[in-house]
Design a protein around this ligand. Structure first.
Ligand code: D5M
Ligand code: FE
Ligand code: ZN
Length: 464
């Protein structure tokens, strides 16, 4: 989206200040705003500033919510060319991050032209990664010029980190090429800067994080949900619990609002509502009981009625219309800002791809989320659990470090922090399903996470 806007301005002979671009892209229809801004400019303007944009935007400052990034349009079909372009976008975005963060000032060599014997730093995408019979790690690293096989031995300092690397992520390797192998001495991951939360306004309100409600499933926990809603309405809980509820200004749902239909084989046996539209009607009814002064923010997941491939656009208009007017629909993933707090919302399907590498992952989903931040990518592996759409630009790269990363999907609750970034996995409102019993997946249902904007400490709430 942002590159399209930028192009539009350039075509008309104007440069665009990054802040002005951000402002435009935060609007519901950036293209229309861009057109209006361009029409208002006279040719003496060289760089379009935020001041040029202000008159045309609808900023709802009074409630402190900004949609910084929400993916809407898709132009891509799944052609080889589009995938090539998509992975190139991923490579270039992550390369820039690694250059700025990890290897400032170092020379980076081109993989296809590495000479033997001298130490080199290479940035590439992992084409293949496997363990050898002797327990070392072999990585095939590729850039546009070629590929190289790199070995990280068990004795290497970076061996433990290397065990968590996955296919299709972008990293830097430093080492010496001997015969046909790069002997790795150092691994540099994109990773995040320490977040200092400078821009957060210390207001006295808070945010309630939810996910995986699965309305329509016969294991949706109606009674516990009722308890949640009563609590939000100040109808139950002790004094301090009521005081907490009083503070809720926003509720964010990170996907799987409904159970959907045909998501997995024989799902219909576990559905209470068999029609997906009726599931959304039921969900909308549940949300009716949330006080109107609370803003609802809904992002889809793999059970929702949008395309499965990520990034997923917001729920379609005919579903949005069912919901109360205080609801905002955004894509998966999305970046929003609440009173200066930047929140990256991602359903979390890729957590299933990374979990096998981490012992006890499903009991500590926030630990798996750290890996997404280190990789600076929300869904690195192509061809495993997560279908990816080859968009012109890779929207799943974590270009900007958030203050909070909010996921769901794995149906277990967990909070933590990494380099000053809060990690929240908000659990589920669906009890263990037959499928999960067979797979030995043990959910922590009827949970939510509350974050007070005054002190930002996330608090797990249980309604079971
Ligand atoms: O996913 C909830 C959790 O259950 C998540 O960790 C994946 C796992 N799950 C659910 N269905 C499947 C299938 N068919 N294969 C493997 N793992 C699965 P949710 O998105 O709510 O279904
Ligand atoms: Fe789910
Ligand atoms: Zn899910």
């Amino acid at each position: 989206m942002s590159s399209e806007i930028l192009r539009r301005f350039l075509e008309n002979g104007f440069q665009l200040h990054p802040e002005a671009l951000k402002l435009i892209c935060s609007q519901e229809s950036p293209e229309r705003i861009a057109e209006r801004v361009i029409a208002s400019l006279d040719s003496s303007v060289l760089v379009v500033q935020p001041e040029h944009v202000f008159p045309f935007i609808r900023e709802r400052r009074e409630d402190g919510l900004k949609i910084l990034e929400s993916f809407t349009s898709s132009s891509s079909n799944a052609s080889v060319e589009n995938f090539h372009r998509y992975f190139l976008s991923r490579y270039e975005k992550l390369r820039r991050i690694i250059e700025q963060r990890g290897i400032r000032g170092r020379d980076i060599s081109t993989i296809g032209r590495v000479s033997k014997g001298s130490e080199v730093t290479l940035i590439g995408m992992i084409n293949d990664i496997r363990e050898t019979s002797s327990g070392n790690i072999l990585i095939e690293l590729e850039d546009q010029s070629g590929a190289v096989t790199a070995v990280i031995t068990k004795e290497s300092e970076c061996f433990e980190r290397a065990k968590l690397l996955v296919r299709d992520e972008v990293v830097a390797l430093r080492g010496i090429k001997q015969s046909d192998l790069l002997i790795v001495r150092e691994l540099i991951e994109p990773d995040v800067r320490v977040q200092r939360l400078r821009n957060v306004q210390k207001v006295s309100s808070g945010i309630l994080f939810l996910s995986d409600i699965h309305v329509g499933s016969n294991t949706f926990l109606k009674e516990e949900w009722e308890k949640l809603i009563s609590w939000i309405n100040g109808e139950n809980g002790n004094e301090s619990q009521r005081a907490l509820a009083e503070k809720i200004e926003y509720i964010i749902v990170a996907g799987d609002l409904v159970d959907g239909v045909g998501i997995y084989p024989n799902q219909d046996r576990e559905l209470e509502i068999l029609d997906v539209y009726h599931q959304y009607e039921a969900a909308a009814e549940l949300f009716e009981r949330i006080p109107r002064k609370i803003r609802l923010i809904i992002s889809p997941g793999n059970h929702d009625a949008v395309r499965q491939a990520e990034p997923q656009p917001p729920l379609p208009d005919e579903i949005q219309e069912l919901f109360p007017k205080n609801t905002v629909f955004i894509s998966n993933p999305s970046m929003i800002e609440i009173h200066g707090l930047k929140i990256l919302i991602y359903h979390g399907r890729s957590l299933d791809d990374i979990a096998p590498l981490i012992p006890g992952a499903y009991r500590n989903p926030h630990v798996v989320m750290i890996e997404l931040l280190k990789k600076r990518h929300l869904s690195p592996i192509y061809g495993e659990k997560v279908p990816l759409a080859p968009e012109e630009e890779d929207h799943l790269v974590i270009s900007e470090t958030p203050d909070v990363l909010h996921c769901g999907h794995v149906h277990t609750v967990g909070v933590g922090s990494y380099r000053g970034i809060y990690l929240i996995n908000s659990g589920t409102w669906q009890d263990q399903t037959e499928f999960q019993k067979r797979m030995n997946i043990v959910p922590t249902p009827a949970t939510a996470v509350f974050m007070n904007l005054q002190d930002l400490s996330p608090k797990i709430l249980r309604f079971l």
